[in-house]
Design a protein around this ligand. Structure first.
Ligand code: A2P
Ligand code: MG
Ligand code: MG
Ligand code: MG
Length: 363
């Protein structure tokens, strides 16, 4: 089933290969990261040599495979132009990742294999291919080279996330989770999974570090379906970082719903992956009131994965997420994702909790 789908779509084969290469890189960067390899961006969030070099690797593969496709990527090379040491490290990391032997499921023409190293200028230019502004029409990719950089730095969950959007609809979502155990309840279960969703064709999990076309990988590939939860089995999937989502609001929603199990806190779109395979029943992310606008790369692959696993994803008003507004999702109304039956109930609970809040404000 799974190889049939990826063979049918060259975009998915390219995207899986790109995310796998980047995950090998980020895993090795984590094991060798030194103190001065992390910068703080203007919005006070961290960015590491891993984020920049992973974006260089994925953008290279996309640019070679689909030269006319624009890319909306989280990072850009501005901070690297004035920092020679950091730039040299990123060029070294990206080139090492690109020059590794061409594997089953990859092509040399995608800029891979021995001899495919690029100059420093070419690496900066390819990182900057991610500056596209997005929009409502045509084909574009959106990339978060390390989603959950804070989780990455803690050695916890993070994800390499890539998505193909056509006329503002997500068509393909690939999420590489190097640190995610196969079974959340058993932390010693094998880590490293990749999640793939193709619109209309389903959502799948397969081992990250095996070629997707290898018999071993094919036999371990599973089609994902969100199970029907009983109330006592439900729990919320939410951010670790208090600055990213209003966790006190989640607590009230859980109370209204009668959910007694504690929330699972996890960084990145690994939460959407966990939801799609039935680990926890509800993804809830409400704005903290700072005016932060959610980015399309933080939700495009995760939302398709959940929908293809039979779930529903909306904002807190029940409206679909709009991937055609540019680099962000526009005004932030939060995100609710859950299985079909549970979603309607959560939406009601969120509306009730919001009404309570605005009543308390008026008093
Ligand atoms: N102030 C903020 N509010 C909400 N999300 C944020 C904020 N700052 C960064 N993010 C992004 O939120 C996502 C992590 O959310 P979570 O808390 O669910 O792990 C990341 O994509 C992170 O970016 P980044 O990709 O740089 O890590
Ligand atoms: Mg970031
Ligand atoms: Mg992100
Ligand atoms: Mg990121």
């Amino acid at each position: 089933m799974f190889p049939h789908i990826i063979n049918a779509s060259s975009s998915s084969l390219v995207a899986i290969a790109a995310v796998r290469r980047a995950c090998v890189l980020t895993t090795s960067v984590f094991n060798n990261l030194v103190k001065n390899e992390t910068l703080t961006k203007d919005d006070a969030s961290p960015v590491t040599v891993g984020d920049f070099s992973a974006q260089a690797v994925i953008n290279t593969i996309l640019s070679r495979a689909f030269p006319s496709d624009p890319i909306v990527g989280e990072e850009d090379a501005a901070d690297l132009r004035g920092n020679a040491a950091l730039r040299a490290r990123i060029v070294e990391l990206a080139n090492k990742a690109l020059a590794g032997d061409v594997q089953d499921g990859e092509k040399k023409e995608w800029g891979l294999g021995p001899g495919s190293e690029q100059s420093a200028d070419e690496i900066l230019e390819v990182i900057d291919r991610g500056r596209y502004e997005g929009g409502r029409s045509g084909r574009m990719w959106t990339l978060d080279p390390i989603d959950g950089t804070k989780g990455f730095l803690r050695g916890e969950q993070y994800a390499v996330c890539l998505s193909l959007i056509v006329d503002a609809k997500v068509h393909l979502g690939v999420i590489g989770c190097p640190n995610l155990p196969s079974d959340l309840s058993d932390p010693s279960s094998p880590r490293g999974n990749i999640f793939v969703a193709v619109r209309g064709q389903g959502a799948f999990q397969l081992p990250l570090f095996l070629s997707p076309l290898s018999p071993a990988s094919t036999s371990l590939a599973t089609k994902l379906t969100i199970p029907r939860f009983k109330k006592e089995e439900l729990n919320l999937l939410e951010s670790v970082e208090k600055a990213h989502a209003k966790l006190s609001f989640n607590e009230r929603v859980a109370q209204i719903l009668g959910v007694s199990r504690p929330p699972t806190r996890m960084d990145s779109q690994a939460k959407y992956s966990a939801l799609a395979r039935g680990d926890g029943g509800v993804y809830l992310r409400m704005p903290t009131g700072t005016g932060y606008r959610e980015k399309i790369w933080d939700h495009a692959p995760g939302s398709l994965l959940v929908e293809e696993a039979g779930g529903v994803v909306t904002d807190s008003r029940g409206e679909p997420l709009d991937f055609g507004l540019g680099r962000t999702l526009g005004e932030n109304f939060g995100v609710i994702a859950a299985g079909k039956e549970v979603h309607a109930e959560v939406l009601d609970a969120v509306k009730r909790a919001l009404a309570e809040e605005s009543k308390a404000c008026r008093l």
